[in-house]
Every structure is written in structure tokens, then in C-alpha cells.
Design a protein around this ligand. Structure first.
Ligand code: PAF
Length: 279
């Protein structure tokens, strides 16, 4: 496995694969790799001749009062995980390498990025779309793999790729969960033991709401209230949002008439968790 830090070096490392027409798979990450990332790398490994994992904590997608400074960084452990799961190249650029010149150009996907997390994290999806588009241009992969836990991020990236004719196939990989249902996330490590014990309530609330849809409820407000009531009953949780949305444009719905996603964000102490399920 090759570890490279610069745009030139990752391009050089991919030259022969590109010449021979080998399928290149990209797994963009911010490091602190866990079982969710392992599933992405394995999915890429199954379908691609060369697997590139990028590890870059992107300052552009963090708000001024967010956790950019304390975001977990664990490069040595991450490289071990990449090696064990069959990555060929790890691209681990510095902030200066990724943003060589002050960034004056941004990728912004309107509408899809405006509700849910977009409402509470202004600029977040612009930062995500911009760095992802940069990574796509740097690596020029055939396929890129993203987790379905970050449903809105995945929808934003799919829409950017469609709208801007980016020649890459986007693959969503199902959320990996702990045995108690908690979606695996790098931020779970912020939780203290008491907070960790209540965290699975988020998934439980979403499942109950999905169950109401499966039993025939079509009024999104009632479905939403099912999840809200469960979350509100948990004193350690503060609900940021619960919404029932259409899966492609992430627009809140009032009536449920087809496939939807039920998505929520909660705070437990100083940790923000998101999750989503389908009906
Ligand atoms: O999901 C993440 O880890 C990040 O948002 C991504 C896609 C790597 C962009 O920085």
C-alpha cells in the first residue's frame, strides 16, 4: 500500500492504472476509520482494480463553533485499517496541499442541501461538495463510495455529479450499526458511558416511526410525532430535527405516498448524532 501526501504523487501513483483502463475506486474519508469505513473500502475492493482511500479532515465543512479542532485524528491506526481491508493507495494531504490558493470557487448544491442538517450547519454541504469535487478531480476515479448514514451528504453528492456531469459513479453503502442499533460514527467516541447507553434511542425512535408508515399511516406529522415523543422522553437527548423527506431532493413531506427517509439529528451532551431509516 502506497501512502501519498500530494496531488502530484497521487496522480503519479495512478498513472499506470489509468493507462491500462483499470477501474479506480475512491473512498473519501476524514479518517478516524471505523467499521462503517471498512464496509466502504471492502465494497470498493470487490468492484475496483485499484482502491484509493483519502484521509483529510476538511476545514471547509466545519462551522466556526464546530468540532474541527477536536475531530478525532488517528493516522497510524487508520493506515493499518486501510492495509487490512485492501486499499492500494492512501491519499493524506495537508490542508495547505488541498487549499494551495485561497479557495474562491465552491460547489453549492441548492435545495438538496438546504433542509435538515443544512439548516443547522450553514455552509457545511458547500464545504463537503467542494472538497469532494476536488477529490474527484484529483483522483479521477471511476467510482466513489459513501455511507448511507450521511443520507443528505450522499444526496448532495449525487445531485452535484448529475448536475455538473462529473464522470463518476456514486455508490451508497448501507449504514453499519452496533449490536444495539447505534449507527457507527467517528463522533460516537465523544460519548461518555451514560450518553452511550442512551444513544441507541435515536435508531429505536426512527424504527418506531417507520413502523407506523408500514402500518398504513400516511400523515407525515403523525409519523414524525411518534419519533419525537420517544426522543423527547429521553432527558439526556435534545432533538435538533426529525423530518420525513423524499430520498432524492431531501424535501420535507406532509403526506407519505412512496419511498421516504425518516431522518433525525439529536444532541447528547456535546455530541451531535444523525441517523435515518427508510419505510
Ligand atoms: O463523510 C465524510 O467523512 C466527509 O464529509 C467527506 C465525504 C470525506 C468529505 O470531507
Amino acid at each position: 500500500m502506497e501512502v501519498v501526501q500530494t496531488v502530484n504523487d497521487v496522480r503519479k501513483a495512478l498513472l499506470s492504472a489509468r493507462k491500462s483502463g483499470t477501474v479506480i475506486g475512491l473512498v473519501p474519508t476524514m479518517g478516524a476509520l471505523h467499521a462503517g469505513h471498512e464496509a466502504l473500502i471492502e465494497a470498493a475492493r470487490r468492484k475496483c482494480g485499484v482502491v484509493v482511500v483519502s484521509i483529510f479532515v476538511n476545514p471547509l465543512q466545519f462551522g466556526p463553533n464546530e468540532d474541527y479542532q477536536r475531530y478525532p485524528r488517528a493516522l497510524v491506526k487508520d493506515l493499518g485499517i486501510c492495509r487490512r481491508h485492501g486499499a492500494d493507495i492512501v491519499f493524506n494531504p495537508s490542508v495547505d496541499e488541498m487549499y494551495r490558493t485561497p479557495q474562491l470557487t465552491f460547489a453549492e448544491v441548492t435545495r438538496v442541501s438546504e433542509d435538515l442538517c443544512g439548516k443547522f450547519r450553514p455552509g457545511h454541504f458547500r464545504g463537503v461538495a467542494t472538497v469532494v469535487l476536488k477529490l474527484f478531480n484529483i483522483v479521477r476515479a471511476n467510482r466513489a463510495y459513501f455511507g448511507e448514514k450521511d443520507m443528505q451528504q450522499l444526496a448532495v453528492i449525487r445531485r452535484m455529479v448529475a448536475d455538473l456531469n462529473v464522470p463518476i459513479e456514486i455508490i451508497g453503502v448501507p449504514t453499519v450499526r452496533e449490536a444495539d442499533g447505534l449507527a457507527i460514527s467517528s463522533r460516537n467516541e465523544y460519548l461518555n458511558p451514560a450518553e452511550r447507553r442512551v444513544a441507541p434511542v435515536l435508531y429505536h425512535a426512527l424504527q418506531e416511526a417507520a413502523g407506523r408508515i408500514r402500518s398504513g399511516e400516511r400523515d407525515a406529522a403523525k409519523v414524525r410525532e411518534t419519533a419525537m415523543a420517544i426522543l423527547r422522553a429521553e432527558p439526556l437527548m435534545r432533538v435538533e430535527y426529525v423530518e420525513i423527506v423524499d430520498p432524492s431532493e431531501i424535501q420535507p413531506l406532509s403526506t407519505i405516498s412512496g419511498p421516504v427517509r425518516i431522518a433525525a439529528a439529536v444532541w447528547i451532551g456535546g455530541t451531535r448524532l444523525i441517523d435515518n431509516v427508510g419505510n
